[in-house]
Design a protein around this ligand. Structure first.
Ligand code: PMP
Length: 430
């Protein structure tokens, strides 16, 4: 119980965190969900006494909440560098609050115009890979591209696929930073290539925005999707932002209150954006939390955090590289730019066993498995391995954590786990 006491961790030069970070625990699972920032917790506790249903009531709390919700939308818009009306000669980008990246991509899959071809790399997280092929998707054709051998090959393959696509609307869906390898994809070049073919681009920025600034205006991307819980704001909030026309013309993602302007016995007139795709009572606190994280991560804070994290990442990778039998997963080679994520396998130590031993014996939290990116992780696994371990870094990561992880892996390689772990598919260490 003592170990569960909550304390505020302020990493040197970093951003303060609250909740569940305790001294003995080395959290290396930021890529799954990041702990809450103190600024987010403060914004939540300020909003909590006043929350009410938005856009509906004339009462004080409803007005305060509506104001907070729309302010949150403006903060998220600034964070993502959305295009304003003047930028694109008439149509500002829409910022739609959703539940997370999965929700955002599914929404766009239902909003693409009739006859749309969607091009997507097999390396995508399932959230960006699968919605296009779901029965509810409006995509007429989905082209899955194999894993590219280099960033340049990715750009070439995307351009060729878009050029060969049937006449009509086309969309390229691409991740900005891989949740498996952390590798950064050449978003600007992909956008340029897609635009040259008259296609649009959706960027899955779920793993990118907690580490580096992203801007729709700066990259020229047409849409971006992200999740609050990966950006240090708890679950249930996310965003789809981008070109308004497709979203405005599409049938609402969910039918219900808020998405409607007028309903008669025989007819319904749907609302305009963003309410059109936000049916039901909106998640005001989720939006407030996400906005607080966006306000904390200014370009400057993120850039400083990235520098700090890059040093920790290099320390981790260098340490792991020294250990016999450790293999890092990488698509484009160890030198390619990445965010604070490293996935690896250890010969002779199944990933689930390794992860369990790291947790129970060393107080280290990593993730094991295929990370909801089966085609990519499956392809990168060396012979004889069926799963990998992922260590992901964030604002609370310290040198001590990194050294503990490297030391623990070295220790486990040298002498194996101390205990048996019955929940590890029975694959106990020799
Ligand atoms: N895309 C990427 C790259 C991710 O890492 C994740 C989460 N693991 C998602 C999409 C899905 O995010 P969510 O579960 O918040 O919808």
């Amino acid at each position: 119980a003592a170990a569960r006491e909550c304390s505020i961790v302020t990493a040197e030069g970093g951003v303060p965190l609250v909740t569940g970070e305790y001294a003995e625990y080395a959290n290396f699972d930021y890529a799954a969900s990041a702990p809450c920032l103190t600024s987010v917790a403060e914004a939540l506790s300020e909003a909590l006494p006043f929350y009410a249903s938005v856009h509906r009531g004339a009462g004080h709390h409803s007005q305060v909440s509506t104001d907070a919700y729309e302010r949150a939308r403006r903060s998220v818009a600034r964070f993502l560098g959305v295009r304003t009306q003047a930028d694109q000669g008439g149509s500002a980008d829409a910022v739609v609050f959703v539940r997370g990246t999965t929700d955002a991509v599914n929404l766009l899959a239902r909003a693409v115009p009739e006859g749309c071809t969607v091009v997507v790399f097999e390396s995508e997280h399932h959230a960006s890979l699968l919605p296009w092929e779901h029965p509810a998707s409006r995509a007429a054709k989905v082209v899955r591209l194999p894993l590219p051998e280099s960033p340049e090959a990715a750009v070439g393959a995307a351009r060729a696929a878009l050029a060969e696509a049937p006449e009509g609307p086309r969309l390229l869906c691409v991740t900005a930073a891989s949740n498996v390898t952390g590798e950064i994809w050449p978003v600007e070049e992909l956008v340029e290539a897609a635009h040259a073919e008259g296609a649009r681009v959706l960027v899955d920025a779920a793993q990118y925005v907690p580490h580096l600034p992203f801007s729709l205006t700066g990259t020229g991307a047409d849409y971006v999707a992200l999740s609050g819980h990966k950006l240090y704001a708890p679950f249930g909030s996310g965003v789809l932002a981008g070109r308004a026309d497709w979203l405005r013309e599409a049938t609402p993602y969910l039918a219900g209150g808020g998405a409607t302007r007028k309903v008669t016995e025989h007819d319904v007139v749907w609302n305009d954006l963003p309410a059109r795709h936000e049916a039901g009572s909106p998640n005001v606190l989720g939006a407030v939390a996400l906005a607080a994280a966006c306000e904390t991560f200014t370009n400057r804070t993120l850039s400083l955090q990235h520098i700090r994290e890059a040093a920790l990442l290099e320390r981790l990778r260098a340490g792991l590289a020294e250990i016999d039998g450790v293999h890092e997963l990488t698509l484009w080679g160890a030198e390619h730019a990445r965010v604070g994520i490293v996935s690896f396998v250890v010969d002779g130590l199944p990933a689930d066993l390794l992860a369990s031993a790291l947790s129970a014996e060393y107080g280290i939290g990593v993730r094991d498995g295929l990370f909801c990116a089966h085609p990519l992780t499956g392809h990168l696994l060396p012979e004889g391995h069926t799963q990998a371990v992922r260590a992901s870094l964030g604002v609370g990561t310290t040198e001590e954590h990194v050294d503990r992880l490297v030391g623990a892996v070295a220790d486990l390689v040298a002498r194996g786990p101390r205990w048996e772990y019955a929940d590890c598919d029975g694959r106990l260490a020799p």
